[in-house]
Design a protein around this ligand. Structure first.
Ligand code: ADP
Ligand code: MN
Ligand code: MN
Ligand code: MN
Length: 339
């Protein structure tokens, strides 16, 4: 028997953007527990905008777990918030709204800024650094400064230790801006991992006195905003596809444009301007290899006129809830009949 440190992680009830919360439960296990071994737990919902003080209990239902290499016998336990009856999802539980589809695959590209003293890392005390241009995928002190690399590397290693399916990381277009990509098979897999990766990033940053800025347009002016592009496919899109189905799908995305924008993170009008590789917020468009479209269709998708594979919705922003994004995408897909 050993004492395991189980970090139960959940999303609170703040709007429009939930915060990550976590608390540690100590439990005895012979070896690393699996999901089935992890009990439900509770918390005080009146401190997280999820309940009134008079009836404050909310329940935590483990939905995924990951080894935590920063702690001896550590486990990161991603949870859904449930009502006290333990079976009804709490209204803040966006994960519970996702249509379950094992054949759905998602790849999210999470962009973010690292901030110190209220400015992106590398910004001078007053004014601006050199205009953006040479920062994207840059190397050297002038491009990325001195501590950003330590942070992103440490973050990457802890995520890989946890079994999170990172596909890559890169320095982004604005100074102090970075990205990581996570891919997962199953409706909620990548979204779970984005939330846990965000949690790990925030925790890593604590000792550097750095905070993670997820807002989609933290620096006004000619500086890129941050997105969370959502690459998605279903089994039907990958294996059957076809131009007619694709056009019907795009039609339905257009019909549901406003519902998608509502699920894609706050303040997106500040980022979806038609500039900086975006389409404007009130227009829906798709285009092959077009980074100025709402949905970018990869070359691979239209190869040999097959219209098969995955699509990239470029509108979700960096502050978006990946559960809400996956939920909305799968809902629209479900409205389009497959022959
Ligand atoms: P870019 O920055 O050019 O848009 P990235 O390489 O950062 O491209 O991201 C592409 C994303 O597409 C990756 O996250 C990858 O996991 C995802 N992806 C690739 N194939 C599929 C697929 N079949 N279904 C869903 N997502 C996919
Ligand atoms: Mn990318
Ligand atoms: Mn990017
Ligand atoms: Mn992209």
């Amino acid at each position: 028997m050993a004492k395991y440190k189980l970090e139960y992680i959940w999303l609170d009830g703040y709007t429009p953007v939930p915060n990550l919360r976590g608390k540690t439960k100590i439990a005895d296990f012979d070896s690393m527990p699996s999901l089935e071994d992890l009990p439900m737990w509770g918390f005080d919902g009146s401190s997280t905008q999820q309940a009134e003080g008079g009836s404050s209990d909310c329940m935590l239902k483990p939905v995924a777990c990951y080894p935590d290499s920063t702690r001896e016998n550590g486990v990161l336990v991603m949870c859904e918030v449930m009502m006290p009856d333990m079976v009804t999802p709490h209204p803040s539980n966006s994960r519970a709204t996702i249509i379950d589809d094992e054949g759905a695959w998602f790849g999210f590209e999470q962009e973010y800024f690292l901030m110190k003293d209220g400015r992106p890392l590398g910004f001078p005390t007053s004014g601006y650094p050199d205009p953006q241009g040479e920062y994207y995928c840059g190397a050297g002190y002038d491009a990325v400064g001195d501590i950003a690399r330590d942070i992103v590397e440490e973050h990457l290693d802890i995520c890989l230790d946890a079994g999170i399916n990172h596909e890559g990381i890169n320095a982004e277009v604005a100074k102090g801006q970075w990205e990581f990509q996570i891919f997962g098979k199953g409706s909620a897999k990548a979204a779970d991992q984005i939330w846990v990766a965000r949690y790990i990033l925030q925790r890593v940053c604590e000792k550097y006195g750095v905070s993670v800025e997820y807002h989609c347009k933290p620096i006004k002016g000619d500086w890129n905003g941050s997105g969370m592009h959502c690459n998605f496919s279903t089994q039907y899109m990958r294996e059957t596809g076809g131009k007619d189905y694709f056009l019907a799908l795009m039609k339905q995305f257009e019909v549901n444009m406003e519902e998608h924008i509502a699920a894609y993170g706050p303040d997106n009008h500040m980022r979806l301007t038609g500039l900086h590789e975006t389409q404007s917020i009130d227009t829906f468009s798709w285009g092959v290899a077009d980074r100025g479209a709402s949905i970018r269709v990869p070359h691979s998708f239209v190869k040999d006129d097959a219209y098969k594979g995955y699509l990239e919705d470029r509108r979700p922003n960096s502050q978006g809830d990946p559960y809400a994004v996956a939920s909305r995408v799968l809902k629209t897909i479900s409205e389009v009949p497959t022959p």
